[in-house]
Design a protein around this ligand. Structure first.
Ligand SMILES: Cc1ncc(COP(=O)(O)O)c(C=O)c1O
Length: 432
C-alpha cells in the first residue's frame, strides 16, 4: 500500500520567501492562505445565509451571567487584571468537568491554554521535531495543520469516513510497518468537518495501539460536551491516562472570545509544557480564567449545557429534514452527527463544491465550506463534498438556506460550469 506523505515545506531546497521586500524565515513559505478566507468574506455579505463557519451562536452565549461575573470579579478581585499563573480553582473546576465528561483526572494534570488551538500548538512544540512525522486523518480540521506546520512535519494521512471516522485498522497497519510518528491527532467526537464519532470498539482498539507502540495521541475534544440524543461516548482519555493527551475548550460551550481551553497531560510533562507556554504568551488571560471559575462556581452551568444541547439538536434536526426535502437522493448523501456542529454532504463526484459555492453565493446567497478545504494532501478526494454548520443559524434560516442550496445545486447539476481550471488546491487558513 502506498503511504500518503505530505510535507509542510522543505526548508533546504525552497528559496527564502521575500514579502514586501522583507526576507522572511523559510518556515513562512508554508504558512499559506486559503479559499476559506474568501468564503468568510463572501459569506459575511448582507443577505447571505451562511453555514460556512463553525462558530457557536452569539444568541446562546451566557452574556448576562458573564456581565454579572465580570462586574463582581473586577470589584472584588483586584489581582484579576494582574499577570496570573494557572488559576488553581479553575484547574479544579475543569477536573470536575472532566469527571462529568467520563474521564476523571487530577487538577494538577489540567494545563490551561488560550483555547484548544493553542493546546495543539504547544503539544506539537513538546513532541514534534522539525520534519517529524504526524499521523492524522486525510480529511480533518484545518486548524491542526496550521498548528503543526511551523515544524515542517511529514504529514502521513490515514483514511477516514463520514460514517465511522478514523480508520483504526489503517492506523494499525501503518504502525506495523513504519516507524512510529511523534503523535497521532484525532477528533473522536463530533468530528470537524465530518460530523462522525468513533465507535466504542474503535476507541478501545486505538488506545491499545497507543499503548502497544508507546505513541502519544492528541485527542481533540472541542465538541465532546455537545452530544445529542444518544448520549456521550467515553473519550479516549477515559481509557488511558498515559498516552492520551486530551484537548478541551470552553469555546463551544461558553464563548470562544474567552479563549480558554485546556490540555490534560501527565504531571511529569507540565514543566516542559509550561516553558513553551511562557515562551508563547507567559500565561493564559488572568481575568478570563477567574471569570470562568466564578461562572462555574455560581451560575447553573449544567442547565446552560442542557440548553445548548437542546438548541443545537433542534437545529441539526431542522437541517437534516430540510436536506431530505431539498437535495436529490441518492445523488446526495450526508451524515447524521450524534455530537458537534457539522453535517458533511457528499455530492456526485462530477460536482466541484468550490465552483458550486461561487454560484450558490451569487445566485442564491447561501454559503458553506467546500470539502477540499479540509483535505490533507490530495484535495480531490473531498472536492465533491461540503461542510454545513448548523450551529450559527436559527431554524428558520436553516430551512430557508437549505432550500436555497437545493435550488443552487439543481441548477448546477442541470448546467455544470466548464471543467474547473483551478490548478492549485486551495489551502485553508481560517480555523473554525
Ligand atoms: C476540532 C477543533 N479543534 C479546535 C478548535 C479551536 O478551538 P479553540 O477555540 O478552543 O481554540 C476548533 C474550532 O473550531 C475545532 O473545530
Amino acid at each position: 500500500m502506498r503511504v500518503p506523505v505530505f510535507r509542510g515545506h522543505d526548508a533546504s531546497s525552497a528559496a527564502p520567501p521575500i514579502v514586501g521586500g522583507y526576507r522572511l524565515a523559510s518556515s513562512a513559505a508554508a504558512m499559506s492562505l486559503s479559499v476559506l478566507r474568501d468564503v468568510v468574506a463572501k459569506a459575511a455579505q448582507p443577505g447571505v445565509v451562511s453555514f460556512a463557519l463553525g462558530m457557536p451562536d452569539v444568541e446562546l452565549f451566557p452574556t448576562a451571567a458573564f456581565s454579572r461575573v465580570f462586574d463582581r470579579v473586577l470589584r472584588r478581585e483586584r489581582q484579576a487584571l494582574q499577570y496570573g499563573p494557572p488559576f488553581q480553582p479553575l484547574q479544579a473546576q475543569i477536573a470536575t468537568l472532566m469527571e462529568k465528561r467520563g474521564a476523571p483526572c487530577r487538577k494538577e494534570q489540567v494545563f490551561l491554554t488560550h483555547g484548544a488551538q493553542q493546546g495543539m500548538r504547544l503539544l506539537a512544540q513538546l513532541l514534534l521535531d522539525p520534519g517529524g512525522r504526524v499521523l492524522l486523518e486525510e480529511i480533518v480540521y484545518e486548524g491542526c495543520r496550521m498548528a503543526f506546520q511551523g515544524h515542517a512535519p511529514e504529514l502521513q494521512t490515514v483514511p477516514t469516513s463520514a460514517a465511522a471516522g478514523l480508520d483504526v485498522e489503517a492506523v494499525e497497519e501503518r504502525l506495523s510497518r513504519a516507524p512510529k510518528p511523534a503523535f497521532l491527532y484525532v477528533i473522536p467526537d463530533g468530528h470537524n468537518p465530518l460530523g462522525a464519532s468513533l465507535s466504542l470498539a474503535g476507541r478501545a482498539r486505538l488506545v491499545d495501539l497507543a499503548r502497544q507502540h508507546q505513541m502519544p495521541i492528541i485527542e481533540d475534544d472541542a465538541y465532546g460536551f455537545l452530544y445529542y440524543e444518544q448520549g456521550p461516548l467515553p473519550p479516549l482519555r477515559a481509557l488511558d491516562d498515559r498516552w492520551i493527551f486530551h484537548l478541551g475548550s470552553f469555546s463551544k460551550i461558553l464563548a470562544p472570545g474567552l479563549r480558554v481551553g485546556w490540555i490534560v497531560v501527565p504531571e511529569s510533562l507540565v514543566p516542559a509544557l509550561s516553558a513553551h507556554k511562557q515562551g508563547a504568551d507567559l500565561y493564559t488571560a488572568n481575568l478570563n480564567q477567574i471569570a470562568i471559575t466564578r461562572f462555574l462556581e455560581r451560575e447553573p452551568f449544567e442547565e446552560h449545557l442542557a440548553m445548548l444541547r437542546r438548541e443545537y439538536m433542534k437545529r441539526r434536526d431542522v437541517m437534516l429534514h430540510a436536506l431530505a426535502e431539498n437535495l436529490p437522493r441518492p445523488a446526495a448523501t450526508w451524515t447524521v452527527p450524534r455530537c458537534g456542529m457539522y453535517v458533511w454532504v457528499e455530492l456526485p463526484e462530477s460536482v466541484d463544491a468550490t465552483d458550486l459555492l461561487s454560484t450558490a453565493i451569487e445566485t442564491e446567497k447561501v454559503a458553506f465550506s467546500p470539502g477540499e478545504a479540509f483535505a490533507i494532501g490530495d484535495s480531490r478526494r473531498a472536492r465533491h463534498c461540503l461542510r454545513l454548520s448548523f450551529a450559527n443559524s436559527s431554524p428558520d434560516q436553516i430551512e430557508d438556506g437549505i432550500r436555497r442550496l437545493g435550488r443552487a445545486l439543481a441548477r448546477h447539476l442541470a448546467a455544470p460550469p466548464p471543467a474547473s481550471t483551478r490548478a492549485t488546491p486551495p489551502r485553508p487558513s481560517t480555523a473554525a
